[in-house]
Design a protein around this ligand. Sequence first.
Ligand code: TA6
Length: 305
Amino acid sequence: MTTAQHLNKQFGIAGQLSFRTDASGLVVAEIDNAQATASLCLQGAHLMSWQPRNQDQPVVWLSRAAKLASGKSIRGGAPVCWPWFGAHVSEAGFPGHGYARTVPWQVVESGTEPNGATRLTLRLVENAKTRAQWEHVCHVDLTVIVGDTLRMELSTENTGTVDFVIGEALHTYLRISDIGAVRVTGLNGCEYWDKVGGSHLRKQDGAITFTGETDRVYINTAAECVIEDDKFKRRIHIKKSGSLATVVWTPWSEKADKMGDMGQPDGWREMVCVESANAVDNVVTVASGTRHTLIVEYRTEQIQS
Ligand code: TA6
């Protein structure tokens, strides 16, 4: 029996949740319920797509050039950045945004919520490779609850005897009509590290609009963000808890071309990242014997014309 067959037997839910083996050999969970569809690659606990049935367009964006491959990150979806965000503080050879998104996770629970949404929980599988980059003893779980809203809970439990510090993010790519036509609200007045052309501390004035590469880490903010998309006649609400940093990113054309996996033509114009994080000034100390959980809920709202 294959892994997918075992998972279908133990965690599958008829008419809602099934597991399949992708051509790459990676296992993918497919969620298809009355409220929404979603897919999640078990490697990295990487949610790749989410589309409520009342939406003409996906809400979570996946590059048309996204490739599933063992040990490689997937372009788009909601990559799990853990146990550090960005470059490792001292080890240049360690992967950017941590290793969690490129290692195996195992399914630990599935179920149906009272409102009919589908719940799936995965746990990062520690091994010699992960311990070589992170010596702390802990459990890292991701729970996704898929319905006409999407809830993601990234939980770090320190089961060891020593406190440790993590950086983390749900690095979510949201599907938009066009990067030049949307604005992000909710961060007015917040300080942010502008990472384009160095690293400069600035203050947000009004809504965020996009005219070029934008790579900002907003700090000390628990604010709900909204992506206002007049062309798609929708707002995407991003409400978080357990997170004090929000990252807003578009690579724009030159960086997108260099990355080579944003999908043609101009796939980069169809996405913006609004990432719920704990990073830079807002890394988190997880004391021995405690648990820290970062929670994000995404929902859409139609804009009446
Ligand atoms: O979150 C923004 C960012 O840190 C950018 O600087 C850019 O590197 C982006 O993440 C994508 O990173 P990735 O490792 O997924 O290519």
